[in-house]
Design a protein. Structure first.
Length: 222
């Protein structure tokens, strides 16, 4: 029987983003303010990173339970029902951790307006261009995460429906195949959004590095 394979690793992007070491005249410059905002983003995403690991552990557990269900031969109905209940309990816990992860990202996103305002205050055109690129990457990353969250919620819902159907004594092959198809289709979308999220993560780090380099060069000129 075809097994359900689920994967949605979405790399944390702001780790190390607060390495900008800015020097210059006294007072809080726009670049300093950008640094502060990005530092807060990174701090608020600490929970996001932790929850990703937890979600993957539950996914792995459910995959193992599903494999056992498909391999069960002795006392099939009773055993599969018990394993299904365990999988459902895991999926419910996964839902709670997903909410916590989303809350972490939402808190991080609150710093975006302060970041954008700081970027708008930059006078140097070369630095402003790089700052705007950094902001744009962050915006794309947040938008992609929101879509990733929506798709993952759908996938989780289909997981629960699959586990529930496996408890039925009269579950036919056609119905099972349909449930599996729905699960695999939704996780395909999850993987697609996850790849986009990771791509914007890499893009963000590149723009951040470019901004840091340009800022460092400007400070040396001064």
């Amino acid at each position: 029987m075809k097994q359900v394979k689920k994967s949605r690793r979405a790399c944390a992007a702001l780790a190390g983003i607060c390495i900008l070491v800015l020097t210059g005249c006294g007072g809080q410059s726009p670049l300093n303010d950008m640094q502060d905002a990005m530092t807060k983003m990174s701090e608020k995403e600490a929970t996001f990173e932790k929850e990703q690991d937890t979600l993957q552990k539950y996914e792995k557990k459910e995959q193992q339970l599903y494999t056992k269900m498909m391999q069960t031969t002795k006392d099939h109905t009773k055993t599969v029902s018990r394993l299904s209940d365990q999988a459902l309990a895991s999926a419910h816990k996964r839902k709670e951790h997903l909410k916590t992860e989303k809350a972490s990202m939402d808190q991080s996103k609150l710093e975006l307006q302060a970041l954008k305002k700081s970027a708008e205050r930059i006078q140097d055109q070369a630095l402003k261009e790089k700052a705007d690129q950094t902001v744009a990457s962050i915006e794309k990353r947040y938008a992609t995460y929101d879509q990733l969250y929506i798709e993952y919620e759908k996938a989780l819902k289909h997981d629960k429906q699959l586990y529930q159907s496996l408890k039925k004594k009269d579950l036919g092959y056609r119905e099972l195949k349909s449930k599996l198809k729905s699960v695999n289709r939704t996780y395909s979308k999850v993987r697609k959004e996850s790849k986009k999220f990771n791509r914007y993560t890499e893009q963000l780090n590149e723009h951040k590095a470019a901004l840091f380099k340009a800022t460092d060069n400007e400070s040396k000129k001064g």
